[in-house]
Design a protein around this ligand. Structure first.
Ligand code: GLU
Length: 359
């Protein structure tokens, strides 16, 4: 999962985009970026790592403009780096795209686009979208996005800008979430409601196949064939904490329902469909894994319970004996450790003091 935000209105976009991305940080990411439009064109700022790195960059190289998109990336294709961070641009830097999801047929599309003379700057699947839109664009961005989307297989939530027309931007989705925020002479786009709440409670949830043409004073929704869709905004009555719970009564309940997406997102950067293989060597080289005498999983609370479940899988799949220890006790035990044991410490926040001490 990554985060997408967008803004069009009369205020300075950069601040609103960064604030929105901050409210989506809980979704996880490895890099971040924004693109803001003004009369001199697109201003792109991207950086791997934490949002604070992007914020520092924006302090040194500020961007001016009242329309823009922002993104926090969770890499699936191409390592986390500046050139792979979103937004991505087309050859002439006129079209800008942020994307959440995976374009399954990007290799074929990239081949065709390259044969047509398009030059690619990143290793991402996303960049094909920018070039497809560029290919189809004359003067109607919505129409060009519609033509591009018809060629895509896979999942997407996207925000698309054209540098030569700062009066609007386009959003669309299939199998990845997007929600529009309706303000007074300003409109917002986000992957999730918490990013919108400081600005508006009037929202429109996009559905699969929707394309939204977003202007300061109006939003037009169409389907993939260009047919108009009527959908009234709804008013969110959740507060910020409830919004993070996405309408579920408890975080635990939300997280139970999110397991399918979470497991898929965790694995997707490690499963190479093109090569038909699972990539784990950078975590644990095969020759090291094959010589392990033992595995020991250490964690507290829910992480400890996760370890209890995964012990079954480690033993079943690897045949290597696997212990589970509670970190708060492990740290005080004085026992003989078997040399070469693989210790895996589990903590969701990365900050559980007992687990760090055990490690
Ligand atoms: N597949 C895209 C990439 O790797 C988007 C990943 C995301 O959803 O953050 O850049």
């Amino acid at each position: 999962m990554c985060g997408i935000v967008g803004y069009i209105g009369q205020k300075s976009a950069a601040q609103i985009l960064v604030e929105g991305l901050r409210r989506l940080e809980y979704r996880g990411y490895d890099s971040a970026g924004v693109a803001v439009l003004n009369s001199s064109g697109i201003q792109l700022r991207r950086s791997p790592g934490k949002l604070s790195v992007l914020v520092d960059l924006l302090k040194k190289q500020p961007v001016e403009g009242t329309v823009g998109v922002g993104h926090t990336r969770w890499a699936t294709h191409g390592r986390p780096s500046e050139e792979n961070a979103h937004p991505h641009t087309c050859c002439k830097d006129n079209i800008v795209v942020v994307h959440n999801g995976i374009i399954e047929n990007y290799i074929e599309l990239k081949k065709t686009l390259t044969q047509k003379g398009h030059i690619f700057k990143s290793q991402t699947d996303t960049e094909v979208i920018a070039h497809l839109v560029e290919d189809a664009y004359t003067d109607d961005l919505r129409d060009a996005v519609q033509k591009a989307l018809k060629q895509l297989q896979g999942s997407y939530a996207i925000g698309v800008l054209a540098a030569n027309d700062p009066s609007h931007f386009i959003a669309a989705r299939k199998d990845s979430p997007l929600v529009l925020g309706v303000g007074e002479n300003e409109m917002f786009l986000a992957s999730d409601v918490p990013a919108l709440l400081p600005h508006t409670r009037k929202v429109i949830f996009l559905e699969d196949g929707d394309i939204a043409d977003i202007r300061q004073d109006k939003i037009e929704l169409t389907d993939l064939s260009g047919k108009t869709i009527e959908r009234k905004p709804q008013t969110i009555i959740w507060d910020a904490v409830m919004a993070e719970k996405a309408g579920y009564k408890h975080f635990m309940l939300k997280e139970i329902y999110e397991q399918i997406v979470t497991v898929r997102d965790t694995f997707r950067s490690r499963i190479s469909l093109e090569e038909g293989r699972v990539q784990l060597e950078d975590l644990l080289p095969l020759e090291v894994a094959q010589k392990l005498p033992k595995i020991c999983l250490v964690g507290c609370g829910t992480s400890h319970h996760a370890a209890l479940v995964s012990r079954f899988w480690f033993e079943e799949l690897t045949g290597i004996p696997c212990d589970v220890e509670i970190a708060s006790e492990y740290r005080y035990r004085r026992f003989t450790k078997e040399p070469g044991t693989l210790i895996v410490a589990i903590t969701q926040s990365g900050e559980t003091a007992d687990t760090l001490a055990a490690l």
